[in-house]
Write a new protein. Sequence first.
Lengths: 329, 260
Amino acid sequence: MPIINVENLGKVYPVAIKSPGIKGTIRHFFHRTYRNIEAVKQVSFAIEPGEIVGFLGPNGAGKTTTLKMLTGLIHPSSGTVAVAGHRPFNRDAQFLRNITLVMGQKQQLIWDLPALDSLKINAAVYDLSDAEARQRIGELAEMLSIQDQLKQPVRKLSLGERMKAEMLAALLHRPQVLFLDEPTLGLDINAQVAVRSFLKDYNERYGATVLLTSHYMADITALCDRVLVIHQGSLIYDGLLDGLLDRFAPYREVSVEFARHQTINAATLAPYGDLQSLEGCKATFLVRTGKLTDTVSKLLNHLSVQDLTIAEPPIEDVIGKVFQTGSLK
Amino acid sequence: MKRYLRVLNLFWRVAIAAELEYRINFAVAVISSIGGLVGSVFGLFLFYRTGYTFQGWSWYEALVVLGVFTLLQGTAATFLVPNLNKIVRYVQEGTLDFVLLKPISSQFWLSTHTLSPWGLPDLVFGLIIIFYAGHQLGLAPLAYVAMLPPLALGIVSLYSLWFILGATSIWFVKVYNVTEVLRSLLEAGRFPIEGYPAAYRVFFTFIIPVAFLTTVPAQTALGRSETTWLLGSAILAAVLFQLSKWFWQFALRFYTSASS
């Protein structure tokens, strides 16, 4: 039984069009023309309890809009959403107690005061007793290793510490479904790693379901087995992260270093594959996975090779390529 | 209900702690409050100096109205203005999302989240004026108590108007100016409503119900209020409050939150 179920979800925004200049402004003031922008089109997917799913897409692809429909902040134009058995847009108390939303670029903690003050308010809102709140804060603070910083005014915390405190505030009520929008945005590598391992830990400890967006592929590869890729409002991939590579990048990078005594140029290397670079006696090819063994054995037979490595293309490049071409369906 | 009280208690304690980080503000607030008060007492004095009276209002009776006005101004500065400014910020920064995702009434959160002790001087001076004028008029203690219900109703009406204006920030985002207009209109409450020409009186009673905010509580204290006015005050408060709730729900339907 999936905990998140989305069927044919769509969102259309009316956007006012304004021509530039003073004339345009005056016309815009009296008579507005609107164009409908389809931010999300016919998106369907289901997520099982306890899964960590990565939600990928370039800026403006519809990730945030989808997250907002899943949390009930905006009403879908079409389709149905069910999260933990509730219709999100009703925002009934039982639903809200079950979910949380963390936004990397927005903060809920009170700027001038220690995070502990904001946490106390959250505890009261979620009706936790003082003892319970203390116990949970202690536990989460330990997992995040920010016990000492909770007593400092939030404005004095580093970005990484602040994000951890935000996480603590968002998870105090122990939600079962976590929506994370760029939780590691702007953090340094150490802080990113800390946030990642915390999320993994939280997921394992409480069996929580996590849907996260991130521009850092390392977040996705470290946390998610499964990814959803959205592009221009449509879901173009739903499956394993490994499968994404096979589907969108069915090639490997073959780097070869040749022995010096032979003449190597672009013409002699052309038959072996898609030549990417050639510097002195070092060459790099892209070879389709199906032809890999064949090509490598040919290279080794015909030419004198000193060193040869085969690598998967970096996932950033693959994703980038998917987003550029879009319809690699 | 118990949960709301616990949250409210925390909101206010936290807000005061946050405001007290900036001490010099308090001195400024006291000075500006005294300045404003001296100005309005002097203004009122100018009328009465020459023997002119607002229809049926003696100098001390008019002072009671001024006291109620100052009290309301203090209430607004303490409870309404800081929260309203926050609504604008929530909408602008998109952090309203966090409020809407809490299992608690968003109107309650937005209306009570913070308070600023800078309205306290006005509250204190308002009370001083009321007691001073009341003492001169020989008011019985019960008269002050009688003033409380219409005053509370006035505050509810004022809050509702304010919140409705604040809710428009969902569409217009920056609405500081709109509330400035309301504030200026409320200035009319400084003087007894009978002091205005008939046309204005209608406007300040039925369009912007200033009369119910200051004149009616003062009349009640002076023992000359009519039941119809009190009833009107109650109906007005109930209607406006309900309207503010309805309007907020309506506004939220248009909220799509600032995009990331």
